[in-house]
Design a protein around this ligand. Sequence first.
Ligand SMILES: CC(C)(COP(=O)(O)OP(=O)(O)OC[C@H]1O[C@@H](n2cnc3c(N)ncnc32)[C@H](O)[C@@H]1OP(=O)(O)O)[C@@H](O)C(=O)NCCC(=O)NCCS
Length: 189
Amino acid sequence: MSTEPVPELREEIADKLRSAGLRRAIPQPGWAGRLAAFDARIFGVDAWPAAVWKDVFSGPGRYIVYVRDGGGITALPDIAAVGGINVGEQADILTLAVAPRYRHRGLGSLLLRELIATARREGAQAVFLEVRSREAYAQAFYRSHGFIAIREVKNYYADDSATIMSLTLKPRRCGTAFDGGSATGTAAT
Ligand SMILES: CC(C)(COP(=O)(O)OP(=O)(O)OC[C@H]1O[C@@H](n2cnc3c(N)ncnc32)[C@H](O)[C@@H]1OP(=O)(O)O)[C@@H](O)C(=O)NCCC(=O)NCCS
């Protein structure tokens, strides 16, 4: 499985990250503690602890981070954004978060587009995700990228339901959507 940026986004990623003083990286097992701390600041009770972050590196998920390098040769980078996806015919977004100080600059959109394009490159026909039902902003963010809400799972979280959202990936050239886009949103990018 390639960990290179998808060719169609390579320049955009390089430009945007350079202007934000960041770089793209594939997270390393030694970053588990740092990823867990980042996750805890953003997701609170829903955050994955360091033990889970250690495990994800041996699993099938694909993770991308945008980081700012720390000082010194051995310093760990600061995490600015984290995205993860399980690829396959039906891909699942596992996590997507941008640190508050880096929000509203298009980094979340860029990372989401990277995840979607990665899923497409690996043969996905649709991308799914779940989000807290009360998280109206996150749902609007995903809707702006073509996702639609397809169902709600009651009591998914201790204190909230989950809204399942999906996006059907159209073939890039010459053809129709795989399922006509009836049950999910559609994207041609
Ligand atoms: C949802 C989330 C990932 C969005 O990240 P982000 O980097 O702020 O996303 P973007 O910058 O691409 O888009 C967000 C907004 O910034 C705007 N924007 C994008 N580029 C911009 C730029 N260059 N200048 C100003 N605004 C910009 C977008 O239009 C969008 O506007 P909106 O608030 O009116 O919708 C982020 O808010 C987050 O991490 N939230 C907490 C975790 C979460 O909810 N994750 C999703 C569920 S798992």
